[in-house]
Design a protein around this ligand. Structure first.
Ligand SMILES: N[C@@H](CCC(=O)N[C@@H](CS)C(=O)NCC(=O)O)C(=O)O
Length: 214
């Protein structure tokens, strides 16, 4: 076993990498990081001073890799089998990377802002910031609706863009529900939930769902 994944089962960005690991069928050792435990916190910040998971360590190649998209690039480059999450064609690869960025920056991070606000003390809330985040999510949903492929984001092939879309839309739907004016996006989320890699991630996260605020 050469890959060690530092993660938390409820963490949306960790889901993105877990989906990739299951898609590529890469064996790994899960290392659960509980940031409320001083011991875990100290060890994790030593590994990655930004303190954000997921992070992988590849003991065989002696690399530490943070950032979900970069981790997926790394896994796809060094551990992919016949199926790839980033197409070999450079134009298609760029389109995948653009959509990966889109889901992270225009939905996922705004979703984190809304959820994070629920954890703030009553006198530390940021209602304007939360409303701006919600507006951005709605704007982004509209683009997803017009962009989505027949099956996956890029069409027939499941790519890194789908790894990014799954947690963004799953948690996005919890705080800014996909309404009837977004039928393609809602159907796409259902397809994602049926995909074995994501279904497995959801199943493994189930015992932790009660920790989700709201
Ligand atoms: N850009 C990073 C974002 C990672 C991120 O925000 N991770 C969250 C969990 S979903 C985290 O580590 N939160 C813990 C904290 O902020 O203390 C990535 O793509 O990996």
């Amino acid at each position: 076993m050469t890959i060690r994944l530092h993660y938390h089962p409820l963490s949306s960005f960790c889901w993105k990498v877990l989906i990739a690991l299951y898609e590529l069928d890469v064996p790994f050792e899960p290392v659960l990081v509980d940031l409320s435990r001083e011991e875990d916190r100290t060890a994790f910040y030593k590994l990655w001073p930004m303190g954000k998971f997921p992070v992988i360590e590849d003991t065989a190649r002696d690399w530490m890799v943070p950032e979900s998209s970069i981790i997926i690039e790394y896994l796809d480059q060094h551990y992919s089998g016949p199926s790839r999450l980033i197409p070999a064609d450079p134009d298609k690869a760029r389109q995948v990377r653009m959509r990966d960025r889109f889901f992270d920056l225009h939905i996922h991070q705004h979703m984190q802002k809304v959820v994070g606000d629920r954890l703030r003390p009553a006198d530390g809330k940021d209602p304007i910031g939360v409303q701006q985040a919600r507006d951005q999510i709605r704007l982004a949903y509209g683009l997803v609706e017009s962009d989505i492929g027949a099956q996956w984001v890029m069409g027939d092939s499941f790519t890194m863009a789908d790894c990014a879309a799954a947690p963004a839309l799953f948690y996005g739907n919890k705080i800014a529900p996909l309404a009837s004016d977004l039928p393609k996006t809602a159907a796409y989320l259902e397809r994602l939930k049926q995909r074995p890699s994501f279904a497995r991630v959801l199943k493994e996260a189930e015992p932790y769902f009660a920790m989700f605020p709201g």
